[in-house]
Write a protein that binds this ligand. Sequence first.
Ligand SMILES: *[C@@H]1O[C@H](CO)[C@@H](O)[C@H](O)[C@H]1NC(C)=O
Ligand SMILES: *[C@@H]1O[C@H](CO)[C@@H](O)[C@H](O)[C@H]1NC(C)=O
Ligand SMILES: *[C@@H]1O[C@H](CO)[C@@H](O)[C@H](O)[C@H]1NC(C)=O
Length: 411
Amino acid sequence: MAPRWVAGVMAAAVMAVAAVIALDNGLARTPPMGWLHWERFLCGTDCADHPSRCVSEQLFVEMADRMAAEGWRDAGYEFLCIDDCWMAPTRDGQGRLRADPERFPGGIRRLADYVHSKGLKLGIYSDVGSKTCAGFPGSYGHYELDAQTFASWGVDLLKFDGCNSGSLEQLAEGYRRMSLALNKTGRSIVYACEWPFYLRPMHQPNYTEIKQYCNHWRNFNDVYDSWNSIKSILEWTALHQDSIVKIAGPGGWNDPDMLVIGNFGLSWDQSVTQMAMWAIMAAPLFMSNDLRHISPEAKCLLQNKEVIAINQDPLGRQGYQILKDKTFELWERPLSGRAYAVAVLNQQEIGGPQNFTFSLTFLGNGLACNPACSVRQVLPASRDWGVYSWTSFLSVEVNPTGTVLLKVLAL
Ligand SMILES: *[C@@H]1O[C@H](CO)[C@@H](O)[C@H](O)[C@H]1NC(C)=O
Ligand SMILES: *[C@@H]1O[C@H](CO)[C@@H](O)[C@H](O)[C@H]1NC(C)=O
Ligand SMILES: *[C@@H]1O[C@H](CO)[C@@H](O)[C@H](O)[C@H]1NC(C)=O
């Protein structure tokens, strides 16, 4: 048989594991999972005209109810996270941040209590600079006070944005100082950074340092509800995998941004691709969608236990692209228990399903299927493929812009 990959480009077959020390707060041992309002609800502040879509206590109470009642929490989606635009336009008389009194009439403390009563955790948002990206008060000059305020409210995660941060040194110093301030509160608070994203245009990020201060960090543009956006995130990740993959591990993760499955922009195959590739990338899984209006198909995909188990694999190694051949990409992620997750992605945006054939010796630097292995398809639907030997080829049929996710277990 003439393997189709010969014209392809072999990328780094094996990623070394770096001994990088993670932020010492005991959190995010696997990628955090939850819901974040930004991509779907943006900066909706007009509750008079759009009561069910504005950033308000009501929105988060309704999402908490769904997360607890409809299987989301039990599938692992634990954090309910507020993004930008929750604040009043000014601080209070003592200089503390406060929630917009009309949209959050009970304040954040009451919301946190409600969220905790549902067995969930609450995430909040602030910014390292003088103003948030949407122009609300930023934490610059108030890092300790804001950390104390969040802790006193019972907040469990902080997404810390990087708009309006001044110099590069102020950006770095702000991210470090907030990390130390959160630690000083004594409360366990996951710290989600955008430090490398804001640094990168000017300066190569020092990921060793970033991992010492942050539990996960954004590297690239905000996700949009479109295939172009998902594609650009995957391209960026493959292009930079030599520097970012080895850094990820228990306590610190690369964050390719929210899951947009269940919205308007992705087809079924593209939704499968996002879910499969976010599992391969050991990405934090924060959905941004409307859990009050979501299709059964999207719900089933987002709650798929086998994919979530791959995402949450305790070995905590991020996957990487091992080869690209015309429109096909082959990715693998080493898992615990001598297993590999393998994704075959078809980037072709014309025509119908295509077969991609590759040798099992490609996987795990030749060790994934040695001397034999069982192969199970996880997505788009679960199915056992049976036992293969080391010299076998696999032929995988993939729809345009779709992905087939497999689990290969050495025997
Ligand atoms: C604060 O940091 C110390 C030392 O790095 C660590 O032992 C402790 O658990 C941290 N506390 C919190 C609340 O993160
Ligand atoms: C990156 O940060 C680490 C930890 O702070 C430090 O030891 C190392 O020297 C830094 N590397 C560079 C190239 O600056
Ligand atoms: C892919 O290969 C399988 C098995 O060899 C075959 O049944 C199927 O028709 C092929 N699909 C395409 C689109 O060529």
